[in-house]
Ligand binder design. Structure first.
Ligand SMILES: [Zn+2]
Ligand SMILES: [Zn+2]
Length: 156
């Protein structure tokens, strides 16, 4: 797992929640599932999976939203922006909504998931596509491939 340091700032729509990312994402992704379509009110969601140790909330107190189910989806209590998700049973990673970064211009989704549910016209530049989710044994290869992809652009 990459431990390369970065210093990225971000926040919600109203800026009451502010955060810092200090470690590079281990992978970035677009998700076409209907749940993400609804929760983002858009064609797909965009996220960066970041080590928890590299994620700091500097201001504000995110609240649980979405389905209030096993996956913990966090939102700004004021503007209701979807901020990040803590996947069920995984406490060392945070799936951050990448467009919340103050400078998201270098962000690119590396893989896309749930293309089986995607809107017919929706497409992304992701180089790995999955009808649902990758098999768990594929994941280490994907992380390695993402590390090489990100190394080609030092800002990623
Ligand atoms: Zn807000
Ligand atoms: Zn999804």
């Amino acid at each position: 797992m990459s431990v390369e340091r970065v210093c990225w700032e971000g926040g919600c729509r109203c800026d009451r929640v502010r955060f810092t990312v200090s470690m590079k994402p281990i992978i970035t992704m677009a998700c076409h599932c209907t749940g993400c379509q609804k929760m983002s009110s858009s064609a797909f969601s965009l996220s960066a999976l970041i080590p928890q140790a590299g994620f700091t909330i500097n201001q504000g107190e995110p609240v649980i939203g979405g389905l209030h189910g096993a996956a913990r989806h966090y939102f700004c209590a004021h503007c209701m922006s979807w901020l990040f998700t803590r996947p069920h049973g995984i406490d060392d990673l945070v799936n951050l909504r990448a467009p919340l970064l103050d400078d998201a211009r270098n962000y690119v989704p590396f893989m896309e998931t749930w293309t089986s549910e995607k809107l017919p016209w929706a497409s992304t530049p992701a180089v790995h596509s999955f009808a649902q989710l990758p098999e768990s044994e594929e994941f280490s290869h994907l992380l390695q491939a993402y590390a090489e992809f990100a190394a080609a652009d030092a800002n990623r």
